[in-house]
Ligand binder design. Structure first.
Ligand code: ATP
Ligand code: LTN
Length: 331
């Protein structure tokens, strides 16, 4: 597995939830030790739904600080802001011409977001997966660590890569989604049938990485569960199964070990333990994020060098793509 490239990104579209943390960032930590990693703030994706410009700028920096606070090492990875590398948009344009409108209309996230933002079904929303394919393919990424909800997008990126290679000759690496078994889909605390999401309108549905200790404990206390009092993973107990998955993710234990630990104990005690564990784990991350955010010179420096690293690779790829499709590139 030596020499592989890893690519992932998160949209700075709201405060991150523990779903984003467990399903995404946390899994990047081990990858950075072994592979060539690129981690981006996907601000171009974020504007496919309305954003307040000042907030978007603030959240972009705050997300960068959070990556670092979680343990992403900017010396090891290229940490950068998507819009600072213009080749993302350039490659997207070319990839648009090998992508069909029909397949974009069928994407689950497009359908969901069209429903949710019925007054703003813009072209960008539909083109979202092509921009994501451009992100991944620009860096010839082998592995894309994401949560389960993003698998369909990585699949499309694979299809686009294969299609382009067939039409124009070997150009892109065909990427693979890397989905961890544990925590790939953390559910909403208020409706375990839904995924926990940073844009949920019910603030009790999601635990944010910025929530203070009391808020975290209160949200877990109010989490929707079922009527009997067994603490086990089971299809007919989605609420308890979700809490066990969260507890396992935050303690590093297996769900079986967690079931044993709480055998014969009540829901109240269990929920409190989950809340306290999550709060204990997040406190130092929050502290560290604050510290990094207060050192703007450092943060801007990290993002400038990340963008520079990404730019060098992206420029090479785009030049190759332009050659393949027959774009004039001067002498
Ligand atoms: P939004 O609500 O704005 O659509 P989101 O919360 O779904 O946002 P994204 O920016 O789309 O977050 O996702 C960032 C990363 O976090 C992706 O890799 C995604 O798969 C992962 N992720 C998001 N929600 C969860 C979840 N509930 N459980 C596990 N992973 C998740
Ligand atoms: N769509 C992703 C964020 C994202 C991404 C990417 C993830 C944008 N570009 C490239 C992996 C690879 C999401 O999580 N919502």
């Amino acid at each position: 597995m030596e020499g592989k490239t890893v690519y992932s990104a998160i949209q700075p579209s709201g405060d991150l939830t523990i779903g984003n943390y467990v399903g995404s960032i946390r899994n990047w930590l081990t990858l950075q030790e072994e592979y060539d990693c690129y981690f981006a703030m996907a601000n171009m994706h974020a504007i496919t739904v309305r954003q307040d410009p000042a907030e978007l700028r603030r959240r972009t920096l705050s997300l960068a600080a959070l990556y670092i606070a979680c343990g992403i090492d900017p010396e090891k990875c290229a940490l950068y802001v998507q819009s600072q590398v213009p080749q993302h948009a350039e490659l997207m344009w070319v990839l648009n011409t090998v992508t069909y409108v029909g397949e974009m209309e069928r994407m689950t996230q497009f359908k969901d977001k069209s429903r949710k933002h019925a007054d703003n079904i813009n072209m960008g929303l539909m083109d979202y997966p092509v921009l994501m394919a451009a992100d991944i393919l620009l860096f010839k990424a082998d592995l894309v660590p994401v949560g389960q909800d993003q698998t369909q997008h990585v699949e499309i990126a694979r299809d686009i890569a294969i299609r382009f290679n067939n039409r124009f000759g070997e150009t892109f690496t065909v990427p693979k989604a890397l989905i961890m078994k544990q925590g790939a889909k953390i559910a909403s605390l208020q409706d375990p049938a839904k995924k926990m999401s940073k844009s949920d309108e019910n603030p009790n549905a999601s635990v944010f990485l910025t929530d203070d200790r009391d808020t975290i404990i209160r949200k877990f206390k109010r989490a929707v569960t079922d009527s009997d009092d067994r603490i086990v993973v089971s299809e007919d107990k989605p609420g308890i199964s979700n809490l066990l998955a969260i507890y396992a993710s935050f303690t590093g234990k297996t769900t079986e070990e967690c079931e044993k630990e709480f055998e014969g104990r009540g829901y109240g005690e269990f929920k409190l333990a989950v809340g306290e564990t999550v709060a204990d784990k997040l406190a130092p991350v929050q502290e560290e994020q604050k510290r990094i955010l207060s050192d703007k010179t450092y943060l801007h420096g990290v993002l400038a060098s990340g963008a520079e690293r990404a730019f060098k690779v992206a420029r090479k790829t785009i030049s190759k793509v332009y050659r393949k499709v027959g774009f004039y590139q001067g002498e």
